[in-house]
Design a protein around this ligand. Structure first.
Ligand code: CA
Length: 248
């Protein structure tokens, strides 16, 4: 299995700083969307991405890379939490994290917050992660429709973030990859500005990994660019020497 990946971020048209951070370190990928006053959001997302970068080669070589990724997310949580505890200007800073490792034909994800991972397979877009937001929980419990959630004034309230508490639950999932799969990791700046239908349309428009990442961010900006937007697109390609991937 061979991967081709591209990441792209933009501050958008409204915010003065970019509190998103991302990592493309094949086979490890991560998006973090920080929150907190002044520079705190940038510190939270930056610390998290730095932690994953630091351990990336160890995660990639681990017998259980999915578990190693989760352990690293826990380490990032502690690093952000300790920074926040040590500096009053960082009080209650936090960040989302959606991180993935692709190895041995499988994708393992560690996830906290409202950034997302999607799978685009055979023209169909599927959200892999659950948003840790108040409105998403209402939808899951049948107290609100998805349509209501999309426009609800409290839709950006996050119920779980990295760095706010000393220990937090981290969602994990693993799926088998197929040649032709396209994985999308993104911050909420993308899906709050354009619909899943528009995202799918753009993902289907070109095989060029780099171009499609840019087009997604451009589309969010054309729709208003109200938030920082970050995307990582990961294309799974047939390995020339990989007979194990011949079956479709
Ligand atoms: Ca955001």
């Amino acid at each position: 299995m061979k991967l081709r990946a591209a990441g792209y971020t933009d501050v958008g048209l409204v915010r003065s700083s970019n509190e998103d951070a991302y990592l493309v370190a094949d086979p490890i990928f991560a998006v973090a969307d920080g929150m907190g006053g002044h520079l705190a959001g940038e510190v939270a997302s930056g610390t998290t991405i730095d932690t994953i970068r630091e351990f990336a080669s160890a995660i990639a070589k681990d017998d259980d890379p999915g578990a190693a990724l989760v352990e690293t997310a826990r380490a990032a949580n502690r690093a952000v939490y300790e920074k926040a505890a040590g500096d009053p200007s960082y009080t209650r800073m936090g960040t989302t994290l959606t991180a993935a490792i692709a190895r041995d034909g499988r994708l393992s994800i560690a996830h906290v917050g409202d950034s997302r991972a999607y799978l685009f397979r055979k023209g169909k877009l599927e959200q892999l992660t659950q948003d840790h937001t108040l409105v998403a929980e209402y939808v899951r419990h049948g107290r609100m429709s998805e349509e209501e959630a999309k426009v609800h004034p409290s839709r950006s309230i996050i119920t779980r973030a990295l760095g706010v508490e000393p220990d937090i639950p981290i969602d994990t999932l693993t799926l088998g990859l197929q040649p032709g799969d396209r994985i999308l990791l993104c911050s909420d700046g993308l899906y709050s500005m354009i619909s899943d239908e528009e995202i799918a349309k753009i993902l289907a428009s070109t095989e060029d990994t780099e171009a499609v990442a840019r087009q997604l961010v451009d589309a969010a900006n054309q729709a208003g660019g109200e938030d920082n937007t970050t995307v990582i697109v990961i294309d799974v390609e047939q390995d020339e020497e990989g007979p194990e991937n011949q079956a479709s």
